[in-house]
Structure formats: structure tokens, C-alpha cells
Design a protein around this ligand. Structure first.
Ligand SMILES: [Zn+2]
Length: 118
């Protein structure tokens, strides 16, 4: 695949590596959907609201503050995944979801334990 924008390449890679996921979060009154894009180490993920928001630093600084770009690569990845229908759907309860978000924002690996891989 040929593209000019390196972010687009990273976005496509994230989609191909199945790092884009649609998360169904159960709340008290029903459920909500979010998109997440896992980092390449899969230790963090970024919360993405398609076309609007991403929780990564690149979005905050380059998109929001400096307005140099329209999207970070996570948002591009979600756009591609949506267009191609290439995303996985997962479910989390609200507490798990929130604690993962908080850990991500604090730069910690989810759950704090690394010994749970197969
Ligand atoms: Zn991002």
C-alpha cells in the first residue's frame, strides 16, 4: 500500500494488526460504545470518538493546541476500520473500562500485572 502520510501507514498497520476495537460498555442505565486503539505494545490503549477525540498526547498537542493536523493516527485507524468493517467488538463493564482509561492516562499498564499472558 502506498501512502504519503506516515500516520496513515501507522493507522493501516493498527487496523491490520487488529488493534482497533469497538468496546461496548455497560453502564447502570444501558450501554455505550467507544472505540479504542491499542498501542503497538498492547499495554496501553487510546480512547477514540470517531472524528472528534482521541486520548493520546499527539491529539492533545498537534490537533487540539497547535491545530497542525486534523487527526492523530488512532483516529485515522478508527476511520479506516469503520469504513472496512475491520474491528473487533468487545465488552467491558464500566469499572474495568474506567480503570483501564485511568491507567492509560497515568501511563501504567492495565491491571498492573504483566504475568497474565499465555
Ligand atoms: Zn490518538
Amino acid at each position: 500500500m502506498q501512502t504519503r502520510d506516515p500516520r496513515e501507514n501507522r493507522a493501516i498497520k493498527a487496523v491490520l494488526e487488529k488493534r482497533v476495537k469497538k468496546v461496548k460498555v455497560k453502564t447502570g442505565s444501558g450501554e455505550t460504545y467507544f472505540f479504542i486503539v491499542e498501542g503497538s505494545q498492547k499495554e496501553k490503549f487510546y480512547l477514540v470518538i470517531p472524528g472528534l477525540y482521541c486520548s493520546c498526547p499527539d491529539f492533545l498537542f498537534s490537533v487540539r493546541f497547535r491545530k497542525r493536523k486534523e487527526k492523530c493516527y488512532h483516529m485515522m485507524a478508527v476511520d479506516i476500520a469503520l469504513k472496512e468493517g475491520k474491528y473487533e467488538e468487545i465488552e467491558m463493564d464500566k469499572d474495568t473500562f474506567l480503570s483501564r482509561i485511568v491507567n492509560t492516562l497515568l501511563g501504567k499498564a492495565p491491571g498492573g500485572s504483566k504475568g497474565r499472558r499465555k
